[in-house]
Design a protein around this ligand. Structure first.
Ligand code: COA
Ligand code: NAP
Length: 287
């Protein structure tokens, strides 16, 4: 499975990467389904697994994004895509079933569909709060419960994509805080309920990841982006490869005794810096 890890010392060419690590994974006997896998962090995860030879499925609402993602992934491996909304249980159940009919049991399931916008509780409609709860939390339940019959037992790995808001209160993010806290609780409970099936369930908590829709929405100005960088102990935004590497680690036998973990991959951001982003969003909204 793990072919090699070559960790070499930092050189000036790696200025934005404190450590340059060359990993070669082989997931060629794995079937990987990434829900919300057509852009950003989740597409980065799908690309990591595809480059390691896994057979890939991606799901999101936009048929156009699904087609583009499948096209990108097909350069490396066999890939299929489905247009579905995680708020529609039946539609998601069909994706899980058709993916496993095509490739076999699901070895790795990534649940990462989410929605976000900055808004205070007083300034948010009931439907705005509900939209994020329905996508992030209820959607995760839909994805995981409907996938259960199709997960490889024993041996599969489920990875939920959480956020620092799950454990760090942040102003203008009540909907996301509530939803992602629920996602991490689903991770923990399902690690207990599904452990006896040999299914591991973990969460990844990305920090601020460069060139993503999430950061475009939460840090729309250069000033806020710079403040975010300054609040990360490692002094940089993360990149999609950082998250893909963590996902491949969690999915691999190297992590075979890890379940129910909430793994921050955030340069240390969640230790102290996250709440200041809420302050910046509040200031921006009031100016
Ligand atoms: N501020 C306050 N309320 C907002 C808002 C904003 N910026 N954007 C949307 N809403 C409200 C809408 O007004 C609506 O409430 P209403 O019916 O009372 O007016 C509610 O949220 C749902 O909006 P709608 O556009 O109908 O929802 P949708 O299901 O089409 O989209 C979202 C869901 C709102 C989460 C949308 O932003 C989305 O699709 N996001 C996916 C991409 C994303 O967020 N990526 C980052 C992940 S971290
Ligand atoms: P993104 O590119 O917008 O990714 C969201 C994905 O989910 C898209 O593929 C989107 O495609 C899909 N999606 C959204 N709503 C959906 C729905 N109702 N049904 C099915 N699919 C849906 O955003 P991102 O910033 O990369 O975020 C990805 C994940 O990382 C999210 O879980 C987010 O909470 C988490 N995260 C991000 C950051 C960050 O720095 N960006 C930090 C912490 C956590 P469609 O529009 O086609 O549906």
């Amino acid at each position: 499975m793990l072919l090699s890890i070559n960790a070499r010392r930092h050189s000036p060419a790696d200025a934005d990467r404190p450590w340059a690590v060359n990993t070669r994974w082989d997931f060629s006997d794995h079937n990987v389904l990434v829900i919300g896998g057509t852009s950003g962090i989740n597409l980065g995860i799908a690309q990591g697994f595809a480059q390691a030879g896994a057979k890939l499925g991606v799901v999101s609402r936009s048929q156009e994004k699904v087609d583009a993602a499948v096209n990108t992934l097909s350069a490396h491996t066999e890939a299929i895509g489905f247009s579905a909304d995680v708020r529609d249980y039946e539609a998601i159940a069909v994706c899980n079933r058709e993916f496993s009919e095509r490739f076999g049991p699901i070895d790795v399931l990534v649940s990462g569909a989410a929605g976000n916008f900055p808004a205070s509780v007083a300034g948010m409609s009931v439907n705005g709060f509900k939209a994020v709860m329905d996508i992030d939390l209820l959607g995760t339940f839909h994805v995981l419960q409907s996938a259960y019959p199709f997960l490889r037992k024993p041996g599969s790995a489920v990875i939920n994509i959480s956020a620092p808001q799950a454990f760090q209160p942040m102003e203008m993010q009540a909907h996301v805080c509530a939803a992602k806290a629920g996602v991490d609780m689903l991770t923990r409970v399902l690690a207990m309920e599904w452990g006896c099936d040999g299914i591991r369930v973990n969460s990844i908590v990305p920090g601020p990841i460069a060139d993503t829709e999430g950061m475009a929405r939460l840090a729309p100005t250069q000033e806020i982006q710079s403040a975010v960088t300054a609040s990360v102990p490692l002094g940089r935004h993360g990149n999609k490869e950082d998250i893909a590497a963590a996902a491949m680690f969690l999915a691999s036998p190297v992590a075979s005794y890890i379940t129910g973990a909430i793994l921050p991959v955030d340069g240390g951001w969640s230790l102290s810096g996250v709440a200041s982003l809420g302050d910046a969003l509040k200031t921006m909204a009031s100016s």
